[in-house]
Design a protein around this ligand. Sequence first.
Ligand code: HEM
Ligand SMILES: *[C@@H]1O[C@H](CO)[C@@H](O)[C@H](O)[C@H]1NC(C)=O
Ligand SMILES: *[C@@H]1O[C@H](CO)[C@@H](O)[C@H](O)[C@H]1NC(C)=O
Length: 523
Amino acid sequence: MPALWLLLFVGCAHCIRVHYDNTTVSSNAKQLYDFKAKYSTPIGLWTTSAGKPAEIRDTVSINSDLFSNPLHLDLTMHFDAERIPERVIYAKGTGAHGHFIVTNDVSKYTKADLFNGVGKKTPLFVRFSQGLQSLGGSDLARGLKGMAVKFYTKDGNFDIIGVQTPVYLYRDPLYFGSLVRSFKKNPKTNLIDVTSRWDFLTMVPSSLHGYLWTQSDYGVPDGYRKMDIFPVHTYELNNKHGDRYYVRFNFRTEQGLANLTSAQAAELAGRDPDYYTRDLYNAIERKDYPSWQLEMDVMSLHDIKSIDYDPFDLTRQWKRGTYRTIQIGRLVLTENPINHFRVVEHSAFNPGNLVPGIPGPVDYVFKARRLFYQHSQSHRLGINFNNIEVNEPIHALTYNRDGPPPLGKNMMDAPNYYPNSFNGPIPYVDESQPSEKLLLLQSNAIDLEPHSDFYNNVLKTEDERQRMVDNIAGSLLSVTSPVLQRVINFMHLIDPDLGKRVTLAFEIARAAARQLTAPSVKN
Ligand code: HEM
Ligand SMILES: *[C@@H]1O[C@H](CO)[C@@H](O)[C@H](O)[C@H]1NC(C)=O
Ligand SMILES: *[C@@H]1O[C@H](CO)[C@@H](O)[C@H](O)[C@H]1NC(C)=O
């Protein structure tokens, strides 16, 4: 036993982190020993996937006829074919199981069952993710971090998906793929191209607001546990009388906000690109359960008609003083998935999965999301992805049939067409569903007021402003005019002080870079 512990300490020496309990070995490093502690003998006979027990001579294939060895064929052919597509965005992630507890009576605003009844507990699954990182990428890249929550309610799954910034990058969903393309790799060079990023940002200036958030301290939280999460959209809610309210949900971390500077992030990225994943896993294993308060900013139908800005615009925050904030409850994560691929990779969230009492957002980005998540997931997981355990609602009766596995029960012998007079599933009547729908017309005019509010009021100190300026200046090093000039112009338009500071920081960074590369540049 002493030898074993020594081995563990040596093996893990490099993975001990400032935030971990450095006097004990991290839980993640002990996983295999935990398994062995649970099962004192082998868990059974090894078989092929068709169940044929492995004979010991089949476990060696040299000097044998490989193709008559079913074990070898089964093993390698499965490995050859085991990749599925990664998510088109937010591909790198991790997840955990937990629950939600209602702490406040919000029946005045919504009749949603999961939010009604103080003390009501709803099981849920959460997936955290990195906006622009591919599956093998880094947790420490500056940018959007995601948190997707699937509540398993008695009225079906309620999925809500957010990011660590309270604004998103565009209000026109047509830009979805283009924005992602401009930030990911250039198709010719196969390298990140900062020029395409800045070109897009300055062609669609609404996106500069969200981008400023990610270039500030909010851009690299110190792990998934230390960030607030915003679903961003304005959701319509209704109570049991059919009265409508408009809300923005916020998940506030109970671990406290904390962030890493670009230098800290770069250093950690080299040592441990899975830093966020490790931090979350080990916190849950040591029963230091991460939690968030769920609150909502509320306006009535009357309020939203009498304000001087578009409350449905994803690229701006609600103006201070125009809404009130109401607590709803508490989300707690208590259990790591038993198998990452089975649970986390197979999870499929859809912001269009809503429940009675939450008719949902009315903006155009949301309308697009209702369709495109499902489309992407049926490509990634097959059309029956809601039959995969992590996505299965508590209860479902459908007229869907067949298709690729997993089929589930395929509705057995029930009628497979609607309408029918043979007692197949029937619809219900929601008496309190609002009879009117808001028709939203949004403006595409350029408005830099939210950007300047972020710079002057959300960022509180000169140090915070300077850190953001330095991050922006650093990312401009390989950008040339006219794109460079356009960026500088926009920085001036947002705020003359921001313009001046970015120009100066850029010149300093460029001079430093020149000095660094001056002698013997070989490219
Ligand atoms: C036109 C707008 C949008 C479109 C078309 C879109 C589309 C998608 C698609 C196709 C996926 C992959 C789904 C999967 O494979 O399971 C995804 C994932 C994701 N999106 Fe969006 N998205 C949009 C806007 C947004 C917004 C506004 C937010 C933040 C509030 C957001 C946050 C996320 C997150 C966090 C994930 C990862 C979900 C997970 O963990 O599985 N997206 N999006
Ligand atoms: C653990 O880390 C703290 C803070 O860095 C340090 O003061 C302490 O000596 C460390 N303990 C051990 C056993 O390494
Ligand atoms: C980021 O960290 C700095 C330094 O600890 C702190 O002053 C600042 O309030 C933090 N900001 C956020 C958004 O977490």
